[in-house]
Design a protein around this ligand. Structure first.
Ligand code: ATP
Length: 387
């Protein structure tokens, strides 16, 4: 899609208005003024100034809405890119922007006496369960697990959404072949999730320019995630799976504290060094009273396609032992399967699903996870009958 400067409302006049209201030009990360007067502005903010920046964001939105000729106005906060340099300005005649997101809306704040931060708990009224899929390290197959698990749950007849909150490397658009899809808006100016593979999908990759590596710290990660939760029209869902950013730092802790999670699934590879991280992940969720539904051991072994012989590249049974030690269920062991990698990279995760080894493995994992969820929060369960 190409955007052209408006004859009525120009980028220059918006910039001038911003300057008049004390917004330093270097804080403008990107600006889009569409022909119909819609304005989308990304403002730079550092984690330290986030609260004040949120107030600014609101005020600036009001000011821009007041300009003659302005249509929909969206102001979003963003972090500096890794080098601290601003991005290349748009070519003349057209204006480039992070994919625009209408990220204003409402979310029901819910108090939960069992959580350490009873204020600011984010829940979604029509979503029965929110489950985080987490890993202490990147690259262990967290997104692969989140997506395949979501698909297995959907194939059981549940309404499932996936929120790709892996701000460091959103991979759900690639894995679902939806990188070129831009979410549309509802009449209420909420983002419609992208629908693919029977799932409702939303990713930071749809609403942000992911070309530039970003520094995302806890508050900014949380701000992005809460915007993606509350400003997306998820509709009724039995389960929303959150593909979380890898790690056990402040970003993950904030997420565990502030999102009303029904539970967490931890993904790990089997080697000891990875398992040491699992302890930290489990401790973090336990500290925030989020039930750990279990561990998925990914890349558990390599299986020779010809002979069926297994090679335990990363060691054998590590996650099983760790699950026993920590008294959490082992939801499943997924071997290194070339078709899992190929399907994920090609954006055809569903191509191997029907009746395949992969589909059976993830169906078992999904079934165990639902059982754990039923134990953790029996009153919030989706109704499902196994035959
Ligand atoms: N069981 C598996 N067999 C074969 N390939 C796999 C398996 N699990 C994951 N992969 C591949 O490993 C790579 C990393 O997986 P994925 O993106 O899911 O990891 P991640 O933990 O989400 O990583 P990041 O944190 O960097 O996003 C992908 O190319 C994926 O297709």
């Amino acid at each position: 899609m190409r955007f052209f400067k408006s004859s009525r409302l120009s980028e220059d006049s918006v910039r001038q208005t911003l300057t008049n209201h004390g917004v330093a030009p270097e804080r403008v990360d990107s600006l889009l003024v569409q022909e119909n007067g819609n304005v989308t502005l990304a403002l730079l903010a550092t984690p330290a100034e986030l609260e004040a920046a949120e107030r600014d964001r609101y005020e600036i939105e009001q000011v821009l809405r007041g300009i003659k000729g302005a249509g929909d106005v969206r102001v979003i906060l963003t972090a500096n890119n890794a080098t601290g340099t601003s991005k290349t300005p748009p070519a003349s005649g057209t204006q480039r922007i992070r994919k625009g997101a209408n990220l204003s809306g409402s979310v029901k704040a819910q108090t939960d006496p069992s959580r350490p931060s009873p204020g600011n708990i984010l829940s979604l009224p029509n979503v029965k369960n929110i489950v985080a899929v987490a890993s202490a390290k990147g690259g262990v197959g967290k997104s692969t697990t989140a997506l395949n698990l979501a698909m297995a749950l959907s194939q059981m007849g549940l309404k499932v959404g996936v929120l790709d909150a892996d701000v460091y490397g959103p991979s759900i658009p690639t894995m679902t072949g939806t990188t070129d899809t831009q979410p549309e808006y509802t009449e209420e100016k909420k983002l419609k999730p992208v629908e693919a593979l029977g799932l409702k999908l939303m990713s930071i990759g749809y609403v942000s320019d992911v070309d530039a590596p970003m520094i995302w710290r806890g508050p900014i990660v949380m701000s992005a995630i809460s915007q993606m939760m509350k400003d997306v029209d998820w509709g009724e869902l039995d389960l929303l799976i959150i593909d979380t950013p890898p790690g056990t730092g402040d970003a993950q802790l904030t997420l565990a504290q502030k999102v009303s999670l029904s539970g967490a699934v931890i993904v790990s590879t089997p080697q000891e060094v990875a398992l040491a991280d699992v302890r930290r992940g489990v401790a973090m969720f336990r500290k925030t009273n989020v039930p750990v539904l279990g561990i998925v051991e990914n890349m558990a072994w390599f299986e020779d396609p010809a002979s069926g012989n297994r090679t335990f590249i990363f060691g054998e049974g590590g996650a099983r032992r760790m699950a026993e030690t920590l008294s959490i269920p082992l939801l499943g062991e997924v071997p290194l399967l070339p078709e899992i990698r190929a399907a994920g990279d090609a954006g055809h995760v569903d191509s191997q699903m029907s009746g395949s080894r992969q589909s059976e493995l993830y169906a078992e994992i999904a079934e165990r996870m639902l059982n754990e969820l039923a134990n953790a929060a029996p009153e919030a369960q989706p109704k499902i009958v196994f035959e």
